[in-house]
Design a protein around this ligand. Structure first.
Ligand code: BDR
Ligand code: CA
Length: 327
């Protein structure tokens, strides 16, 4: 049997981060050695509380949690509480975790963990401030980094914060650009081109509630706000769950396809936060990223439903057939 792959999840929960954490904790291929929290969807203190809500729910309070950057490198901090609710969990009244001791120093933890562990990967689900802080602190530690998968950016799809910028890169474009410029491994960019295809629809939610009422009800509660936001903002029925795709792709890279490219992030002007993907190699630089362009959305849902609500075959395939034909 293959050893479980060690990962640190850097996140800003956030409704879809919460679903991503749940997926990671339910993935036997992963050993989550730590969770670091960055300001993004919500301020760090709220993000930390949401991490503990998930860890307590899954009986995983053994995983260390570290608080990180309270503000982006240069820009004023703009949260996404309009999207995720003031509490970051859809204002659903999910009770706070009873315990949970958060430590300070996400960047230091990332560096120390990279030095300590033989093979460690990072899955980044929020703005890249903690990662860039860690890189600045001790770039050499990253030489041992195994893989870096990041939800952020967009290649051809339009932005969600501006015509061209995706939230995680737009929130801290300087940190994002620093990461693209300095990480010694290629960034697997799980951007809006692929995450927009991952929609938690009312039908999928209903299926979850039917087969696992407890988990289904929790997800129904935390996504209600997100459903409303998507309808108002993009006329999408359901909600786009960006972050779980980064976890699922890390577990099974066959889920998606893309291409290697040199990529940087615009740090000023009208294109602020845009991921500038040099697909035609105008810059003549070697590739520092792998840009996802296509995803098997049905296969993602199969993985997600199997793990989160223990969906079983052949019913799962029959149901997915119904759902994906209708949608
Ligand atoms: C990203 O921004 C956040 O709102 C989500 O959690 C996701 O990480 C999508 O643009
Ligand atoms: Ca996120």
């Amino acid at each position: 049997m293959n050893a479980r792959r060690k990962v640190i999840i850097d996140c800003d929960p956030g409704i879809d981060d919460t679903l991503a954490l749940m997926l990671a904790l339910k993935s036997p291929e992963l050993e989550v050695v730590g969770i670091t929290v960055v300001c993004g969807n919500v301020p760090v203190e709220l993000g930390v509380q949401n991490v503990f809500r998930v860890l307590e729910r899954y009986g995983r309070m053994d995983i260390p949690v570290y608080a990180g950057a309270r503000a982006p490198w240069k820009r004023d901090y703009v949260s996404a509480q309009d999207t995720h609710g003031m509490d970051g969990l859809g204002e659903a009244g999910i009770p706070a975790a009873k315990q949970g001791e958060c430590r300070e120093g996400a960047a230091g933890f990332l560096v120390e963990a990279l030095k300590r562990e033989e093979k460690l990967s990072i899955i980044a689900l929020g703005p890249l401030t903690n990662v860039a802080d860690a890189l600045k602190l001790e770039a050499a530690a990253f030489e041992k980094l195994d893989e870096f998968v990041c939800m952020g950016g967009s290649y051809k799809s339009h932005g969600n914060c501006s015509p061209v910028a995706e939230y995680n890169f737009w929130c801290d474009p300087d940190a994002a650009d620093y990461a693209f410029a300095h990480l010694p491994v290629k960034i697997h960019m799980v951007g809006l081109d692929v995450t927009r295809k991952i929609v938690l629809s009312p039908n999928i939610l209903e299926y979850m509630c039917q087969i696992a009422p407890g988990e289904g009800d929790f997800i129904r509660k935390i996504t209600r706000f997100y459903f409303d936001f998507h309808w108002k903002q993009e006329k999408v029925i359901g909600c786009v769950i960006n972050d779980p795709l980064a976890v699922a792709y890390f577990v099974n890279p066959m889920l998606a396809e893309g291409f290697e490219s040199y990529t940087r992030v615009a740090t000023e002007g009208i294109a602020l936060g845009q991921s500038v993907v040099d697909a035609m190699n105008f810059c003549g630089e070697s590739a520092n990223s792998y840009i996802l362009t296509d995803v098997d959305a049905e296969e993602f849902m199969r993985i997600f439903l199997k793990r989160i609500v223990n969906a079983q075959e052949p019913e799962l395939s029959d149901t997915l057939k119904q759902i994906f034909v209708q949608e």
